[in-house]
Design a protein around this ligand. Structure first.
Ligand code: AMP
Ligand code: MG
Length: 322
């Protein structure tokens, strides 16, 4: 988990209630501030159910998910994916446009080829060369009236792994808000969203992992209402001949993106933070920072391949505690 929240337990009449569950192939942790344990735990349960629902929609590992159906049938004709997945895919395509194609959810075929989920192995150049032309967000077709998406090319596959956890955190926060919760943190495997503060007005504190010793924290931040996501080359990788091959792929080459060890992004929503951290990682330190700066309400920092830090703004750098 790139980001580990630390919690105080209680203050005044309010307490922090927390639960952890394995969902979406990662550790999901929800903490809620409330007076009533029963109401807080009910709200957490509902938020966890919401994350499980998102997984049922977007997982590429579940054959019955909407995304799996799209990947099977999208080249035959447009597939109705429902309003929320439709607009998630449209939002992803907008970030593809804004990042010059660095972020691209049609990386599905090369993600499968590398197989990081099951350890990973270098694909042959011949096979990579055959699969790479299948990648291209511009080859997605849309029908806004029926919320349907299709593929212009047979063999295309979408993979929402770069923003699904963030999106799930946002939807979980909406569930908590609907239950009257005003202070909470939802951490979906390091992509997280924060509202309110801990009891006594103490801000939530989140830690960012050191990409070269992930058990240790590089720095911490005290946060108000915001979302944070980290993309790192230490999350899913293998070493071969002293070279690190990791799961964040450059759609232009089909190879792991070079130049960064990790990218941490703060944004108004976790879906945006999640997508932007992946996009900036692929763009590399200089273009990545320029990309983050170009987006309203988005800020962050990059640990480059030498371990040097690059910041979008000095105010954020001053907020970091090391
Ligand atoms: P994250 O950890 O949020 O940066 O997301 C990484 C995951 O997103 C990978 O495991 C892939 O499933 C997918 N992915 C890899 N490269 C890209 C890319 N360039 N654009 C969009 N998704 C990607
Ligand atoms: Mg991401």
């Amino acid at each position: 988990m790139p980001i580990l929240p630390s919690y105080s337990c209680s203050g005044g009449e309010q307490s922090v209630f927390r639960e952890t569950k394995l969902l979406m192939g990662t550790v999901v942790e929800i903490a809620v501030v409330g007076q009533s344990g029963e109401r807080s735990r009910d709200a957490i349960r509902e938020a966890l159910e919401e994350i499980a629902r998102v997984d049922e929609l977007v997982s590429t590992f579940k054959q019955g998910s909407v995304v799996s159906r799209l990947n099977r049938e999208g080249a035959i004709g447009k597939v109705s994916v429902g309003k929320e997945v439709f607009f998630l895919i449209r939002a992803a395509a907008a970030i593809s446009e804004a990042s010059g194609g660095a972020f691209d959810i049609t990386v599905g075929p090369i993600v499968k080829l590398w197989g990081f989920e099951s350890g990973g192995a270098r694909p042959s150049e011949v096979i990579l060369g055959k699969v790479l032309p299948l990648v291209g967000y511009r080859n997605l077709n849309y029908d806004e009236n029926s919320y349907a998406v299709g593929f212009k090319t047979s063999g295309m596959q979408i993979d929402l792994g770069a923003m699904a956890a963030g999106w799930a955190a946002d939807l979980a926060i909406e569930k908590l808000k609907a239950r009257g919760i005003t202070a909470a943190i939802v951490d979906a495997g390091g992509e997280l969203r924060v509202i309110g503060s801990k009891p006594g007005g103490i801000p939530w504190r989140i830690g960012v992992q050191d990409p070269r010793s992930p058990g240790e924290l590089l720095m911490t931040f005290d946060l108000g209402d915001t979302a944070v996501a980290t993309s790192g080359d230490y999350e899913r990788f293998f070493m071969d001949g002293g070279v690190r091959y990791h799961h964040i792929l450059d759609p232009a080459t089909g190879m792991p993106a070079r130049g960064c060890r990790s990218v941490t992004v703060l944004a108004p929503t976790a879906a945006e933070a999640d997508a932007c951290s992946t996009a900036a990682f692929v763009l590399g330190p200089e273009r990545g920072i320029a990309f983050l700066r170009s987006r309203p309400g988005v800020r962050g920092f990059i640990v480059d391949e030498d371990g040097d830090l690059h910041w979008t703004d000095e105010a954020l750098e001053r907020m970091a505690r090391r």
